[in-house]
Design a protein around this ligand. Structure first.
Ligand code: FAD
Length: 382
């Protein structure tokens, strides 16, 4: 298997220009790492999944995994930009030729930022098929009404991929029907029916809530066929889960590296704390968990790139990697003792950042449900 060493070396070199102070300042100000994202874009790292004919590198998810892992391993925060890599997959797989020709080269060049993904709603939560935002056809337009929550990076994106209901729930036969995907140009929409409000959260994530109030969009904003949006979104979710799992692996490696170095340097009771097995064992366990989770990430990525079904593997990769990174975060904080809480070590920041991934983009319970139902064939629980 290719390990993309050259790409990793280049990503590491780029990330080294964005040290802890850069992220700490943004964290305090809820700022967005504009320069960092611009440089990653200009270096071509965010367009690796876009085929060469549209200006990307035409590589697979395995390459994207290497990039995201390296970003997190370097102490940076890929949450600011990971969506630019994979959201476009819905256009690539389900868009018309015209849409692909129009959008993909601009996304590859960074002229258009497509990193807002509007799925979750405040009332329906994980039960996506009950979402209430509607898109109603009116001549050459659709009129959008409703609300999304946790639409991350909406203020730092030109386009949003939106999942909305086009057929009322009582007129469909199966619950996943009647939903459609739209590509919304937010540059024209904000102030004309689209309102974006930031939601402050426990880490710096630039997440927002978004309100649609009679937003009129051109009918050709529809991606693929009306009513098939849920399936289109599911296709993209495997890539998202694999990439976020790779970020967790990167986080985990960062925590383990920090902790192991500190444990060798810090002397208490006249010897390095790392000489105590009470310090060594949690570190060794976190390392073992990370290596095991990494194998599942690589397995899921290889299946995805081979065009094989990988729903279970992508979910298991996200489950195991998010738990490994949290285990490593806990271990690292404990190894640093009081200093782990001081901002200047970046541990408390990364600790807050990595915790998210047991909840988003899908929570652990829902992954377990997926495995139970689809892999183990247990009765459906909801
Ligand atoms: C910082 C942040 C960024 C996000 N970014 C985006 C984004 O860009 N775009 C987007 O669309 N969404 C985004 N999300 C939303 C995220 O995907 C959801 O928060 C997540 O899927 C969980 O949904 P929920 O919060 O509505 O929880 P709920 O669905 O309300 O569930 C709450 C808890 O109950 C559990 N639960 C629910 N049903 C069951 C069941 N049947 N069995 C067992 N347990 C159950 C869940 O596992 C969860 O732990 C983001 C969230 C956060 C916090």
């Amino acid at each position: 298997m290719e390990n993309y060493q050259d790409i990793c070396d280049s990503v590491r070199a780029l990330c080294s220009q964005y040290p802890g102070e850069y992220w700490r300042k943004l964290d305090r100000e809820n700022g967005y790492p504009t320069e960092f994202v611009r440089e990653l874009t200009e270096s071509g790292f965010l367009s690796v999944l876009i085929p060469e004919e549209y200006g990307g590198a035409g590589l697979g998810v395995e390459a994207a995994v290497a990039i995201m892992e390296e970003i997190q391993k370097s102490g940076c925060n890929g949450a600011a930009c990971h969506a630019q890599m994979y959201i476009m997959g819905t256009i690539l797989r389900h868009g018309s030729d015209e849409q692909k020709q129009h959008y993909l080269p601009k996304i590859a060049a960074g002229e258009l930022r497509l990193q807002a993904f509007g799925v979750t709603e405040p009332t329906s939560g994980t039960d996506t098929t009950r979402l209430k935002t509607t898109a109603v056809r009116d001549g050459d337009s659709y009129i959008i009404n409703g609300q999304k929550v946790w639409t991350s990076r909406a203020e730092h994106s030109d386009l949003m991929l939106l999942l909305a209901r086009t057929t009322p729930r009582d007129k469909i036969e199966k619950r996943h029907q009647g939903l459609s995907v739209f590509l919304i140009d937010m540059r024209n929409a904000v102030g004309n029916g689209l309102t974006i409000r930031p939601i402050p959260v426990m880490m710096n994530h630039n997440t927002t809530e978004v309100f649609f109030d009679d937003l009129r969009i051109p009918a050709d904003s529809l991606i693929g066929e009306e009513g098939k949006g849920f399936r289109y979104i599911l296709d993209g979710m495997n890539a998202e889960r694999i990439l976020i799992a790779a970020e967790c692996i990167g986080d985990s490696r960062w925590f383990i590296d920090k902790a192991s170095k500190y444990a060798c340097e810090r002397e208490v009771f006249g010897r390095p704390i790392g000489q105590n097995q009470g310090i060594q064992f949690p570190m060794a366990r976190a390392y073992a968990s990370t290596e095991a989770a990494n194998l599942m990430v690589k397995n899921a990525a290889a299946l995805f790139d081979a065009g094989q079904p990988c729903g279970a593997e992508a979910n298991m990769a996200k489950l195991l990697a998010s738990e490994a990174s949290w285990q490593a975060a806990e271990m690292c904080l404990q190894t640093f003792g009081g200093f782990g809480f001081a901002e200047e070590y970046d541990i408390e920041r990364k600790f807050r950042e990595t915790r998210l991934y047991q909840v988003a983009p899908i929570s652990t319970n829902l992954i377990l449900t997926h495995i139970a139902e689809h892999v183990l064939k247990l009765p459906k629980s909801y």
